[in-house]
Design a protein around this ligand. Structure first.
Ligand code: FEO
Length: 392
């Protein structure tokens, strides 16, 4: 694709990665992604904001063919999907300076072996004049690594936010056209890479209140030309209370746990609680992460394998612990054959979750009437807790 104009002397550059299906060898990308770079030509200096994943660097280099000067390469984030083409850009424009936070400088040296002499580091709030355009650098750690910053183009009120507010979508649309689709993708992205740092993200959101961007230009996905809704969505995901929702990741071997899951889903619905069950054998792990953003309660369903939880259920617990959702309650249900330590093992795997554990329901073999009654009691307890906490 060719570079595309956003405003006078401001261009989208970059690459659309239609075929990528996995990020960091971990995160599913059902809709591909894009690596957005931006060119800002001031009356005196020209800046390139971020670059592209090394796998697509030819595309950016081709777009730069008609560009006569790059004075600054702004590196908002050291992860290679944005920084990986900096060495090639420096080869072509050897006088260019890489502008980054001090932490990003060291990471870029470590990851890409960029020489120290190529850097200019910026403090929080520092500005850089390109002549008639001014870039302001706002340190925003943990979106999504500790070194990240965003860049605000003051005269045009454009926030170049890199991963922050981004979404993994491959599209030829420069701007958001389908808000629902982008909402889903942005929420998935937030859940997968930023939710663990919620308290810091909340501070970043607070910090950005001082700005009124007309455009938010992230480095993945489409550009927001009406950005208020995505800023509001982030506020809800990060600061808003959990919702009246139970997320129920489960796995079943001989149907006993599945029968319990089905019963609990039905009992929760009767008690007015929304449920999102995820059969972990077929689940897109990104969808599970996204559901965890709002979950008031998590219930893990697992049979006992040998003496502990099924390994797939253990993976779900590990994931939830790593992602640190704002969930307030947790329980465990499932079946066992001859004993085991399912509850103790799972409970020991979630030290990061500040949750109240509600009485687990485990049954020997296939569930009987008493087990279904215990699930009814659990459903009623969850509904009561959600009501007490005003989860909507
Ligand atoms: Fe898009 Fe954290 O890289």
């Amino acid at each position: 694709m060719q570079k595309r104009q956003i405003k006078e002397n401001i261009y989208w550059m970059g690459a659309v990665d239609w075929d990528r299906r996995l990020f960091d060898s971990l995160i599913p990308l059902p809709d591909g992604t894009s690596y957005n770079a931006y060119l800002v030509e001031g009356s005196e200096k020209t800046a390139l904001l971020d670059t592209v994943d090394p796998s697509m660097s030819d595309e950016l280099m081709r777009q730069l063919d008609g560009v006569s000067r790059i004075d600054f390469i702004i590196s908002n984030h050291a992860e290679q999907d944005h920084s990986g083409t900096i060495p090639r850009v420096l080869d072509r424009f050897p006088k260019a300076k890489v502008v980054s936070t001090p932490k990003a400088k060291q990471m870029l040296i470590d990851l890409l072996k960029i020489p120290e002499s190529a850097f200019v580091t910026v403090t929080d709030g520092e500005t850089l004049s390109l002549g008639d355009k001014t870039l302001k650098f706002i340190h925003t750690p943990w979106v999504h690594w500790p070194e990240t910053m965003v860049t605000y183009l003051e005269e045009d009120r454009i926030l170049f936010s890199c991963d922050f507010y981004g979404s993994h979508i491959a599209s030829t649309d420069l701007y958001v056209t389908d808000q629902g689709r982008v909402y889903e993708a942005a929420k998935r992205y937030y859940a997968e890479v930023m939710m663990p740092f919620r308290s810091v993200i909340a501070k970043n959101i607070e910090k950005l209140k001082a700005y009124d961007p007309q455009i938010i230009a992230p480095s993945h996905g489409q550009i927001y030309d009406r950005p208020s809704w995505i800023m509001e969505a982030y506020r809800d995901w990060v600061i808003g209370p959990p919702k009246n929702t139970v997320v129920l990741p489960f796995v079943s071997m001989h149907d006993s746990t599945k029968q319990m899951v089905d019963h609990l889903v039905s009992a929760l619905v009767e008690n007015g609680v929304r449920v999102e069950p995820f059969n972990l054998v077929v689940t897109d792990i990104g969808k599970l992460a996204m559901a965890l953003v709002d979950a008031g309660t998590v219930v893990i369903g697992t049979p006992c394998v040998l003496i502990g939880p099924h390994p797939i259920a253990a993976y779900a617990a590990f994931l939830a612990n790593a992602l640190r959702p704002k969930t307030k309650f947790l329980s465990i249900i499932g079946s066992y054959g001859w004993g085991g330590k399912t509850v103790e093992t799972l409970a020991g795997m979630i030290p990061n979750l500040k949750v109240e554990v509600l009485e687990p329901v485990l049954c020997k073999g296939a569930p009987l009437e008493a087990d279904f009654k215990a699930l009814d009691v659990l459903a009623a307890a969850i509904a009561e807790k959600h009501k007490e906490n005003d989860f909507i």
